[in-house]
Design a protein around this ligand. Structure first.
Ligand code: NAD
Length: 498
């Protein structure tokens, strides 16, 4: 019998009775190792009720005590890192070194959350008027929800719940149903760290569960990370139901390769950023825009040479560079984009469509692929491929490169490789993208900044985690207070106070 991954509600592991289930694959073998319970409306409502009941006491728990739970949580994450990385690998396909990087980035968000007393200090002004003081404080919202994608089952949930919880909220997390186990295990560790029951609840599920979260009156805010069509749906539905929402979507991240770039360095950076994690990163560099034919020719020659040494294989062999994509259907989709580029006139320089991994013939592998002469009208250029595919575009000037980036519907991340400080400064100032790298291929902001794209890569105003995360998970209240000196009576004034 395959194991069933359930939910964590009010501190208890449960599975629905008579629940719908879905297969959880091991993408490295193509086999089904587990099933995940898909929460019914009733189960999600139970989780919300549990979070609602836990809120009043948690809200009044001093921030330093809330933070203390996070300090212990961080230690447990570090102690159990191998187990977490293995769970990620089994269900996502990520190699252990890559999973460890994801986990570390998640832990850094927990470290930031440990600063709760400082983050929630508020603002104070004395004597804003005679005997009048005024201050702003940041109060929790209540029960908030997070809905996360498959590609970072440890890190992205930790962009959300540690900060939401230290801010005094209680939380419902709906992880990806495709790789739910590491997320659920991490939530159990938080309980081991001393989190009171009901403060964090995990419901596994699909659209049925999500729709309850989007419409239930007790959910005050929703954080979402996933693909753009779903992000847009989440944002509009949550807003229509009166909820605060931040919904981070898909991406098409371009790197500009200037003629003066240190080409060997740029190639090394591009290899990791394009093919790492099998290209299943929202910050993956999937388009290299070479300025001038000389830069383009050097890029294509050196890149195809560098790609020869890439080792593709199962998650549990640490010498592999990257593993499989998430599903058989996604493998076909990625192969389809490569084929469509070929049909539309692009040149497939390195073709990963038919890769065979010995001993893992049923795994969902796609090899690293390099496509040259890609143009803006190609289907594969417009779409987010989300696979190990680097597309090369050839332009004459930096302005031309910037125009095509600015014209793309996504605006998550971008990067320029150059030795010219003036060009880099102009680029970062004028590019319509939320996260910019200068000779840095994956400019993922550290935990004490905030993460978010522009255009259709983010619906909402506030970015994820960091300072924006604190603002998202709290509402400002401003109190103005007067204690008149005893015996002083003020007369009636009908003018606006000034
Ligand atoms: P997805 O949109 O398919 O799923 C994300 C979440 O939404 C999952 O929890 C899923 O259960 C839920 N969901 C799916 N369909 C739904 C529906 N019809 N109604 C309600 N909920 C639904 O995304 P994915 O394939 O899991 O993840 C990959 C995508 O996420 C890529 O597009 C990637 O760029 C994006 N992503 C973005 C960021 C970012 O920060 N911008 C980070 C990671 C991943």
């Amino acid at each position: 019998m395959t194991a069933l991954v359930g939910h964590l509600i009010n501190g208890e592991m449960i599975t629905d009775t008579n629940t719908r289930t879905q297969d959880v694959f091991n993408p490295s073998t193509g086999g089904v190792d587990k099933q995940v319970a898909l929460a019914s409306k009733k189960t999600v409502e139970e989780a919300i009720a549990s979070a609602k009941a836990a809120f009043p006491e948690w809200r009044n728990t001093p921030p330093n005590k809330r933070a203390r739970v996070m300090f212990r949580f961080k230690e447990l994450l570090e102690k159990n890192a191998d187990t977490i990385c293995k769970l990620i690998g089994q269900e996502h396909g990520k190699i252990s070194h890559d999973a460890a990087g994801e986990l570390q980035r998640g832990i850094e968000n927990v470290e930031y959350a440990c600063g709760a007393p400082e983050l929630l200090k508020g603002e104070h002004s004395k004597n804003v008027g005679p005997n009048i003081d005024s201050w702003s404080e940041f109060q929790p919202l209540g029960v908030v929800a997070g809905i996360t994608p498959f590609n970072f089952p440890a890190m992205v949930p930790m962009w959300m719940f540690p900060l939401a919880i230290v801010c005094g909220n209680t939380f419902i997390l709906k992880p990806s149903e495709r790789d739910p186990s590491s997320t659920l295990y991490i939530a159990q560790l938080l309980h081991e760290a001393g989190l009171p029951d009901g403060v964090l609840n995990v419901v596994n599920g699909d659209k049925e569960a999500v729709d309850v979260l989007l419409t239930h009156q007790d959910i005050k805010a929703v954080s979402f990370v996933g693909s753009t069509p779903i992000a847009e749906y989440i944002y509009t539905t949550a807003n229509a139901n009166g909820k605060r929402c931040q919904a981070l979507g898909g991406a098409k991240n371009h790197a500009i390769i200037m003629p003066d770039a240190d080409m060997d360095n740029a190639i090394n950076q591009l290899v990791g950023a394009a093919f790492g994690s099998c290209g299943e990163r929202c910050m993956a560099l999937s388009v290299a825009v070479a300025v001038g034919d000389e830069a383009a020719d050097t890029l294509v020659t050196k890149m195809s040479e560098a790609m020869k040494s890439l080792k593709v294989g199962a998650f549990d062999n640490a010498s592999n560079d990257f593993g499989p994509v998430i599903s058989a259907a996604h493998k076909q989709k990625v192969q389809g984009y490569i084929t469509s580029a070929e049909k539309e006139g692009a040149k497939i320089v390195v073709d990963g469509r038919d890769i065979a991994v010995e001993g893992h013939e049923q795994g969902f592998f796609v090899g690293a692929t390099l496509i040259d002469n890609v143009t803006t009208t190609m289907e594969s250029y417009e779409a987010e491929i989300f696979g190990p595919v680097l597309q090369v575009m050839r332009v004459k000037t930096m302005e031309e490169a910037m125009t095509l980036i600015n014209d793309h519907e996504y605006g998550n991340g971008t990067c320029i490789f150059t030795r010219d400080g003036e060009a880099a400064r102009y680029f970062s100032d004028n590019i319509q993208v939320g996260m910019v790298g200068i000779n840095v291929p994956l400019p993922v902001p550290v935990a004490y900044h905030s993460f978010g794209g522009w255009k259709r890569s983010l619906f909402g105003d506030l970015h994820a985690y960091g300072p924006d995360g604190v603002r998202f998970y709290t509402k400002r209240k401003t109190i103005t207070q007067r204690w008149p000196s005893s015996g002083v009576r003020e007369g009636v004034s009908m003018s606006f106070p000034s």
